[in-house]
Design a protein around this ligand. Structure first.
Ligand code: PHE
Ligand code: NA
Length: 454
């Protein structure tokens, strides 16, 4: 039976969905710390360089692949060469692995959204998170009751929302969800910033973030951090952007869409940097500590430091829920995109209906993600997260660049994108795809492997 491929309903709809994928936990809890640690204001030079030389070209390339080849990653790559289908499945596999642990963190954020109304995490937010919430302590009988109720139920909720969006389809489900979630996210973050910058110490915190340490500019690890952050933050190399762009209408301005997606994502990162450091600056001042003693990243920032900061904020019952709702929304819109990358690959390959594919993918995903709801969950999550970010993602991006840049005719991709777009991109695109990005990726990957095994 021939079925017409689904399509996005509007251009802003597509961009919001792509931005929804790109903006995730990484923008909120990874970027601010990366910038702070790698030269503060001076980090923006390598960061912007990486954005232009790797982020934008990669996005244009993936949007073109999806638009031109009309398939999720496995089908798109197989149309480029029968032997390349595995690359698509490798990327889908990485996406699936990310999906099952990303959802655990979204689940935690949902729990914390609930706790934030009354700050029921108490004063020792560290003990609360590890012993009470995750129940990792020796024999720490938790007041929260059994693990299922406070960890599994929020994960069920997160899966339910993702499932509803994917099951309903591109336009009615994912696009509609993105059109609600993304504006809501921007409003919440702007609302939070507007309040917190006026707190004492907030400006000192922001200064810390932006204070340039130019001596770092010559440090190679700073450059590799910038490139690593760009690949991670833009969700490229995960089969996601190829799947999303395979649903673009015939007439679509690829270059413009790619620029918008990248710029909105990176703008959001800088905005969250301001938010996080304003809060940290306030907290440092309140506790009369230097800011270096309060900065954290990742799980520790979101579930230990921020709750402690919320305890100190005015109207914590408003600012707390706003923060955690923002985290949930940013995470869910990314989770939806990861699951869609898997689902559309299954639809392409097996000719299943969307409803059937969505049910099977979410069903299996849900079952596997329960491994992260056990007491070993955090350990497993750390391990998988480390491997994905430091090895698998980089390797996948590198292979994709080599295949497209060296085995195929990369100028075809540029011509194709330029034909469709209002403004054209120049020869720099090819230089970035063939030389700059793969060289940077190879260096980072080699360094990471070296560090892992030494
Ligand atoms: N880009 C997302 C972020 O910055 C992370 C992500 C990874 C999203 C994988 C989708 C898939 O958090
Ligand atoms: Na991002």
């Amino acid at each position: 039976m021939f079925m017409k491929r689904e399509q996005w309903g509007s251009r802003p709809g597509f961009i919001l969905a792509a931005v929804g994928s790109a903006i995730g936990l990484g923008n909120i809890w990874r970027f601010p710390y990366m910038a702070y640690e790698n030269g503060g204001g001076a980090f923006f030079i390598p960061y912007l360089f990486a954005m232009i030389s790797a982020g934008i070209p990669f996005m244009i390339m993936e949007f073109t692949l999806g638009h031109k080849l009309r398939g999720a990653a496995p089908r798109a790559f197989s149309k480029l060469g029968v032997k390349l289908e595995w690359l698509g499945w490798f990327q889908v596999f990485i996406a699936a692995v990310i999906a099952v642990y990303y959802v655990a963190i979204i689940g935690w954020a949902i729990s914390y959204l609930g706790y934030s109304f009354t700050q029921s995490w108490g004063t020792d937010t560290n003990a609360f998170f590890f012993s009470e919430y995750l129940q990792l302590g020796e024999n720490s009988p938790s007041k929260l009751g059994n693990l299922q109720m406070h960890i599994v139920l929020p994960m069920v909720l997160a899966w339910g929302i993702t499932f509803a969006a994917i099951f309903t389809g591109i336009k009615g489900g994912i696009e509609r969800a993105s059109k609600i979630m993304m504006p809501l996210l921007f409003l919440m973050v702007i609302g939070l910033i507007t309040r917190v910058v006026f707190l004492p110490g907030a400006l000192d915190g922001i200064n810390y973030l932006f204070e340039p340490d130019f001596s770092k500019i010559t440090d190679p690890t700073v450059w590799s951090a910038a490139y690593g952050q760009i690949f991670f933050t833009l969700s490229v190399g995960f089969a996601i952007m190829i799947a999303y762009s395979s649903y673009l209408p015939e007439k679509s301005d690829i270059n413009n869409n790619a620029f918008m997606t990248v710029l909105i994502n990176c703008g959001f990162s800088i905005t969250s940097g301001v938010l996080i450091f304003a809060v940290l600056g306030y907290m440092a001042q309140d506790q009369a500590k230097p800011i270096t003693e309060v900065v954290t990243a990742g799980v520790g920032l979101a579930f230990v430091t921020i709750p402690a900061a919320i305890n100190l904020l005015p109207a914590p019952y408003i600012l707390g829920p706003l923060f955690f709702l923002a985290l949930v929304v940013a995470g869910l819109s990314s989770h939806i995109s990861i699951i869609e990358a898997v689902t559309s690959a299954v639809i392409d390959k097996l000719n299943w209906s969307r409803k059937k594919a969505a049910s099977v993918v979410c069903g299996v995903g849900f079952a596997v993600s329960m491994a992260f709801a056990t007491n070993g969950g955090l350990l497993l999550l750390d391990l998988v997260d480390y491997f994905i970010n430091n090895v698998a993602l980089l390797a996948s991006c590198l292979v994709e660049l080599i295949v497209i840049g060296w085995l195929l005719k990369i100028s075809d991709i540029r011509d194709y994108a330029n034909d469709l777009s209002d403004f054209s991109i120049g020869k720099w695109f090819e230089i970035c795809i063939r030389f700059i990005s793969p060289i940077m990726l190879a260096v980072i990957l080699a360094t990471n492997l070296w560090k892992t095994f030494n």
